[in-house]
Design a protein around this ligand. Structure first.
Ligand SMILES: [Zn+2]
Length: 396
């Protein structure tokens, strides 16, 4: 049956568990609370995915991710394909086993990094040719190959190859690019149907809506992808420099078209405010490097806004980073000590800051879910937005 990919891939007699459904708890408004069941457990949405670019969430251990309640992490196919390579991933028994993480993993298709990191050689109907940013070696990613790579990695959610257009983007280019991305999406879906998981666990495949900031192209993209019947849908090509109100209106336009019984993933977004606004517009899943990247740069998220831990005002502040946060960092350490660690260049500063920031993002989406289930999301969101912009006036 379309949409239940697992049941196509595996007859029950194989002994695989193949519950693949996104059950939605209907509520008023667009904000949704759902459960995605995968072979590696349930994912309760809305959900934030910590980014584990190279098979590691920077400065945070898997056991810490479990402790803060991270349900799923993201891995980047481009990086993992170049290093350690799919052969090592397969010898290790897949990415989960290689990196010591047995909860779900989503892998992107590699497209975004090909366009942003590598030295691009050319895009053709066949795929995208590029030189590695590591050693200059020449590679070709095709829609079929990126599915094969993700089969080697064994991720629970795979993504199709797409072209993420930059901002601003010429309308004609956005249209042609969307049409190419659509043809690639169909080839990716066909390749998934032709191949099987290597490690006995079902793998979902998501399509990606593109079309830059052009509403009509976005509509075409979303409708055509729905026609291809993916297991879930991502909204790509946003948070690339466009005004925030454009990001919200395009997101809303997409969630209006995408089927309500499939998961929606807004790629690479964003700030706590962006996440709350997008949940309100019907998005279920997020990833962003902000919590870890900002953490390593001494910027910490709190319920009352951002803190710059290098700021002198923290020198003798013996309160926790966020008095309402229950993470290891906030339970055990003070702002004063964190400031000291950053100033002293201690590695632990990066670990404690990243752990807290991820904990904050995981808390934010978990609380959003509770508020949705409690029919109080609109009020709760308003309160959080007001708090996020109040207390902190420090230079970041
Ligand atoms: Zn904390």
């Amino acid at each position: 049956m379309p949409g239940e990919a697992g049941s196509i891939d595996f007859p029950r007699s194989f002994g695989y568990l193949f519950i693949l459904r996104f059950s939605l708890i209907p509520r008023e408004g667009r904000a949704r609370a759902g459960v995605l069941e995968t072979d590696r457990g349930e994912i309760k949405t809305p959900v934030f995915m910590p980014v584990g670019t190279q098979g590691a969430v920077k400065a945070v251990e898997p056991r810490e991710l479990e402790e803060i309640g991270a349900q799923i992490i993201l891995g980047n196919t481009y990086h993992l394909y170049l290093r350690p390579g799919t052969e090592i991933a397969e010898k290790a028994g897949g990415l989960h086993s290689f990196i010591g993480w047995d909860r779900p993993i989503l892998t992107d298709s590699g497209g975004f990094q090909v366009f942003s990191l590598s030295s691009l050689r050319g895009i053709s109907e066949e795929g995208v040719e590029f030189r590695s940013h590591l050693d200059g070696s020449l590679h070709l990613f095709t829609p079929e190959k990126v599915i094969d790579f993700q089969r080697s990695l064994g991720s629970d959610i795979m993504m199709v190859l797409d072209e993420c257009t930059p901002f601003p983007c010429d309308e004609r280019y956005a249209l042609e690019s969307h049409l190419l991305t659509l043809r690639w999406a169909e080839r990716g879906r066909n390749q998934k149907e032709k191949t099987r998981p290597l490690y006995g666990r079902s793998q979902l495949l998501f399509g990606i809506v593109q079309g830059s900031t052009y509403g009509q192209i976005r509509e075409q993209s979303a409708q055509a992808l729905v026609g291809l019947d993916f297991d879930g849908y991502a909204i790509g090509g946003l948070s690339v420099g466009e005004p925030v109100d454009v990001m919200y209106s395009i997101t809303e336009l997409c969630t209006d078209i995408l089927p309500s019984d499939k998961l929606r993933y807004l790629m690479g977004v964003g700030t706590p405010e962006n996440i709350l606004e997008s949940i309100e517009r019907g998005v279920d899943m997020f990833d962003c490097v902000l919590p870890t990247r900002n953490g390593r740069n001494a910027t910490l998220f709190t319920r009352n806004g951002k803190l710059n831990m290098r700021n002198a005002s923290h020198a003798d502040d013996f309160s926790p980073v966020d008095s309402e946060c229950e993470c290891y960092t906030c339970r055990n350490f003070t702002r004063s000590y964190l400031r000291h660690l950053f100033r002293a260049g201690e590695i632990m500063a990066l670990q404690l800051a990243s752990l807290h920031n991820l904990s904050f993002y995981v808390w934010l989406t978990r609380e959003a879910r509770d508020a949705i289930l409690d029919d109080s999301f609109a009020m709760w969101k308003k309160e959080q937005l007001s708090r996020l912009s109040t207390e902190i006036t420090e230079p970041i």
